[in-house]
Each structure stands twice: as structure tokens, then as C-alpha cells.
Design a protein around this ligand. Structure first.
Ligand SMILES: C[S@@+](CC[C@H](N)C(=O)[O-])C[C@H]1O[C@@H](n2cnc3c(N)ncnc32)[C@H](O)[C@@H]1O
Length: 319
């Protein structure tokens, strides 16, 4: 899940366990991207109000990621007193806005539990196998490697798995040590706008449930960078795009493919306890999810009950 617009209350499915001091987990570069640039940047007021009552360590950490002008504006806002209720509401909105980034950075193991059961439609990799087998691939926003491992399974010669979150990158490195016997996956730190490979060095760039139309999660600058690293005649493949970005990808020349599904696609959790834990945290605001699990008493749930489009589609672009 990669939504970074400030979510409307009705959009929020998760039960947010994070506190404002958890923002200390982010490095300066990430804070800068999340707070200070991009078209989904937080409003200055929300940030300042959310930081009312935060520790001086956190305020100084965040201030360092802002431009001198933004620093001044933040200091001015923080000097004004704010009713506790307004500060609490702003903190809640701020933390909801940053929920997924906090999951990637602070609780990567929980993210792994969530995604290991969200199996991508097998037909996607069968369809793109000609762009993987024997090819050099880059997986942008690789997370803990869900798509990188599939690329290897479908014959990729080498996969650069590029991920900005140190927590997920650590998890990915552990998995690669154990499961990537052929040493084909090379985890590396990087972002959509800064991919650590030379120009025109990659046959196929993929991004799974990560690249979006928003500038801080791809957008125009990210697409320019994906194009930079792709060889002429290569492909960019965006797996499981957000439904709200379908027009954006079409306007940028991508072709859409959706795999047929017989019946329902399910999420399969590693155990019933894990299913309940994940349901409470990530889907706590949709009571149908826990109700369903309690009724069937099995560690699996259809995407339709959660209210998500299943991982069955992708966009491709020839470079
Ligand atoms: C929903 S996860 C998907 C991870 C993985 N591709 C998968 O399918 O499991 C989104 C990923 O995008 C990464 N991400 C967020 N912003 C990014 C950026 N600007 N550049 C590269 N990756 C980013 C996150 O750290 C996270 O690992």
C-alpha cells in the first residue's frame, strides 16, 4: 500500500499504533522527501500543529530536513499556543499520513507478515517472463523482495532490488542470504529519483505496489529516472498500480493488462493468530474483516472483504 495523500478519516482502515516521537526513526533525506518536497507534501500547518508538545530532539531533527524558509515558518507556528484537542487531532492526521512509511521503517516484520500472504497473480509473471528470463532487472521500491524473488523464479539473471527503508532492506538482505542461493538479487539503498545504477544499464525495470503518480512516490521525476536507467528497447513494468493512478499511467503511454480471476483472490496469512493480529492493525476500521475471520476460523480472507483490488494487474511501457 502506498498512499501518501493525507487520508480522509473514512479512507483509513488501519488502527494507528505510532506516536509522534516515532518520527525520529526517519533519516534526513526521507524526512525531506516526505515533508518538504513533492506534490503530496504535508501542509505546513498540519506539521507544525502535530509537533506541538513534541520533544525538542524531534523538533530539531525535523527542522534540519526543512529549507531555511520552512524552518522559519515552523518556528513561527510553534510559538503560537494551540488548544490540546487541536494538537491531538493534527498529530493523529500527521501520523495517519505517515502510517505506511512508519510501518516500513519501524515495524518491517509486521509489513512482511502482511505482504507474504498477498500473493501476486501468477499470470502476471507468466505474461512478463520474456522481459525477465536472462535479463538484468531492477525492482524499484523492492520492500522485502516480494517481486524480486518472483523475477528470479521466472529466470532473471540479476535483480537490483532498490529500497529506501533500512528496516525493509535489512529484512531483504536476510532473505537473500537464506533463499537466493544463486546470488542473483542485489539489495541496494535508493529511491525512485536516485537509482544507484548507470544510464541505460537495465533491461527491465519493475515496481510492485510502490510507484505511484505522486512525486514523492515516483511521479514525473521518478518516471524520468526509471527511463534513464532502462536500455533502449527495454521495458518499465508497474505491477499492482493504485486504481486512482490508472489515467496517469495511460496518459504517460503505458499499456494496461488485467489478469482474469476465477472466483476470488485471497490473502493467506501464516497462521490464524497472525491473521487476527494483522486484521486488527491494518484493517481495524473495517469490522467486516475480523468478523469474517472469526466466522471462517481460517487464516485467509478474500480481497473483496477487505475492499481492495487484488494484485492482478500491471502497466508496461516500452522505452
Ligand atoms: C507497499 S510497499 C511494496 C514493497 C514491495 N515492492 C512489495 O511488493 O512487497 C511500497 C514500497 O515502496 C517503497 N518506497 C516508498 N517511497 C519510495 C521512493 N520514493 N522510492 C523508492 N521506494 C519507495 C517503500 O519503502 C516500500 O518498500
Amino acid at each position: 500500500m502506498a498512499s501518501s495523500d493525507v487520508p480522509a478519516q473514512s479512507d483509513v482502515l488501519f488502527e494507528n499504533p505510532f506516536s509522534i516521537e516515532d518520527l525520529l526513526v526517519f533519516d534526513q533525506d526521507t524526512l525531506h522527501h516526505m515533508l518538504a518536497c513533492g506534490d503530496s507534501q504535508l501542509s505546513r500547518t498540519l506539521l507544525a500543529h502535530g509537533l506541538h508538545g513534541a520533544s525538542s530532539t524531534l523538533i530539531s531533527h525535523i527542522t534540519k530536513s526543512l529549507s531555511p524558509e520552512q524552518q522559519q515558518l515552523l518556528q513561527d507556528e510553534l510559538r503560537h499556543p494551540l488548544p490540546t484537542q487541536e494538537a491531538e487531532q493534527a498529530r493523529k492526521e500527521l501520523l495517519d499520513h505517515l502510517f505506511w512509511e512508519l510501518v516500513y521503517w519501524k515495524t518491517p516484520d509486521l509489513y512482511e507478515e502482511l505482504t507474504e500472504g498477498e500473493r501476486l497473480h501468477e499470470g502476471i509473471f507468466q505474461a512478463i517472463q520474456p522481459d525477465l528470463a536472462g535479463k538484468v532487472v531492477l525492482d524499484a521500491g523492492a520492500g522485502s523482495g516480494r517481486a524480486s524473488f518472483e523475477c528470479v523464479r521466472f529466470g532473471a539473471e540479476k535483480v537490483y532490488a532498490v529500497e529506501p527503508s533500512p528496516g525493509l532492506l535489512h529484512l531483504l538482505r536476510q532473505k537473500v542470504r537464506v533463499d537466493d542461493k544463486g546470488k542473483r538479487i542485489q539489495p541496494q539503498s535508493g529511491r525512485f529519483t536516485h537509482l544507484p545504477v548507470p544510464d541505460q544499464s537495465i533491461d527491465t525495470v519493475i515496481s510492485c505496489s510502490a510507484f505511484t503518480a505522486l512525486d514523492d512516490q515516483g511521479g514525473e521525476p521518478g518516471l524520468a529516472e526509471l527511463r534513464r536507467v532502462t536500455k533502449p528497447g527495454g521495458k518499465i513494468i508497474i505491477i499492482w498500480p493504485r486504481t486512482e493512478d490508472l489515467d496517469w499511467f495511460e496518459q504517460h503511454g503505458f499499456h494496461y493488462v488485467s489478469m482474469p480471476v476465477q472466483g476470488e483472490m485471497y490473502i493467506y496469512f501464516r497462521s490464524f493468530e497472525c491473521a487476527l493480529r494483522i486484521a486488527h492493525l491494518f484493517y481495524g476500521h473495517n469490522p467486516a474483516v475480523v468478523d469474517y475471520l472469526q466466522k471462517v476460523q481460517k487464516p485467509e480472507i478474500p480481497f473483496s472483504v477487505i475492499g481492495m483490488n487484488p494484485p492482478r494487474d500491471y502497466f508496461w511501457l516500452a522505452v
